[in-house]
Design a protein around this ligand. Sequence first.
Ligand code: BTN
Length: 335
Amino acid sequence: MIYSSVDNPGLVKVLQFLQTHNTEYLSGQDLSDVLRISRVAVWKYIKKIQELGYTVESKKKRGYKLTANSDALLPWEIKPGLRTKFIGRQIYYYDSIDSTQNQALKLADNIENNGVMVVAARQTGGKGRLGRAWISPEGGIWLSIILHPKFDISITTLFPIASALALSKAVEKLFKVSPELKWPNDLTIKGKKLAGMLVDVSMESNKIESLVLGVGINFDVNVKYVEKSLRGNSNYYGVASLGEQNKKIKPVRLVQTFLVELEKIYELLSTKQTSKIISEWTKRSSTIGKTVEIQTNHEKIKGKAVKIDEEGALIVSENGRTDRIIAGDIIHLAK
Ligand code: BTN
């Protein structure tokens, strides 16, 4: 099922009425009279509302009462508290989809608005970096954002790194935990992967037409299930979930806070203020200063991770030789 931020006015009307009158039972007839929709429509909307994860109790002769809200990342839950100018102002929610990234890429050519977001409760064919699968069960935050940046192509490689920084700041604000940033795009907690970023760029005559940022956050996933599905993969290093940190923070709040941080980062990049991003990323990085081994497309490089440059490339040096690495799989060997 798909819900967008502009459709479903009837459902939202019924839901908001239940939310503002959640101390009493409301009869189907009253709802129908007040909201000017048929009783059959009221009943259908209530069923949909329940399917979306809200708890609506129904009692014979008394009616309906909303007793618990949904944790789903529904457009009408995200938008009211969203303090952004353009990112996430238009949202498409799917309860299940192959990949929000694929869907966003399909939409990207025909959407001129900057910041449209596609979000799903679960993905059946989630995509990770370097062509890998991304395990996306219920409980995680799986979203993709369509952007039409004006910044230079050279900055595209810094963008997912900067986005990881934005997510890290959002997590720090809400949870009493500071994730570490592992080059290039991972967030980790106690050395295990909490989140990852994926970027797909479409270019025309050396200009960025559209950029789709995919964000996967193990918000409150079944860690054992995800780890079992990934074990044996070359880049597997364990899975962390925010649910282990604090069950009270709702996923909607993390998404709202992240989008605000992402918009700030986007604006810094658009005005070429990369040095602030690089220094904030470096402060949180678990990679810089370590001896690392990186598998690139064509070789394995070992050395000390010295810094990232303006384009997000990792500078690694050993015995007087310096390498600049744009993409690859990294293993941290030692301090
Ligand atoms: C990584 O390999 O670390 C990047 C993972 C990115 C996963 C996200 S989940 C939402 C979006 N849709 C996808 O299919 N992938 C990205």
